[in-house]
Design a protein around this ligand. Structure first.
Ligand code: FES
Length: 115
C-alpha cells in the first residue's frame, strides 16, 4: 500500500465543543481554516447554510482543504484534485484515505465544533 502524508495537525478528540466564530463569517459555498488552541486545524465548510468540518490537510501531499474549491458538498484539493465529502470525510479518489469528520453545532449564531 502506498504511504500517504501523515497529518501532524489532526485534532485529538476530547469530546469538547470549541466555539470558533460567527455564522456570518463563513459565507455559503466557502471554506475556512479553523486553528484550535493546541495548534491543530480543522477545515470548516458552509454548503448552502449547512456547516460541516473535516481534517484540514489532504492525505496525498498535505495541501490545506479549507483553501480548496467546493463543488456542492464535495471539496476538491486544489493541488492534484483528490475529492472528499465535507460531511463524512469520505475520500472519493482513494478508498483508504478518508478523513475524520467533526460534528458542527450552531447556537445563537455561533459555530461550535465537537472535537
Ligand atoms: S495534495 Fe495532492 S491531491 Fe491534495
Amino acid at each position: 500500500m502506498a504511504k500517504y502524508k501523515e497529518n501532524k495537525r489532526k485534532p485529538h478528540r476530547e469530546g469538547k465543543l470549541h466555539t470558533v466564530g460567527k455564522v456570518e463569517n463563513v459565507p455559503a459555498g466557502r471554506g475556512a481554516t479553523v486553528k484550535l488552541k493546541d495548534g491543530t486545524e480543522v477545515a470548516l465548510f458552509n454548503v448552502g447554510g449547512k456547516f460541516s468540518a473535516i481534517e484540514n490537510f489532504c492525505p496525498h501531499k498535505g495541501y490545506p482543504l479549507a483553501d480548496s474549491r467546493l463543488y456542492g458538498g464535495i471539496v476538491e484539493c486544489d493541488l492534484h484534485g483528490w475529492r472528499f465529502d465535507v460531511s463524512s470525510g469520505e475520500c472519493f479518489t482513494k478508498k483508504d484515505c478518508s478523513l475524520e469528520a467533526y460534528e458542527v453545532v450552531i447556537e445563537d449564531g455561533w459555530i461550535k465544533i465537537l472535537v
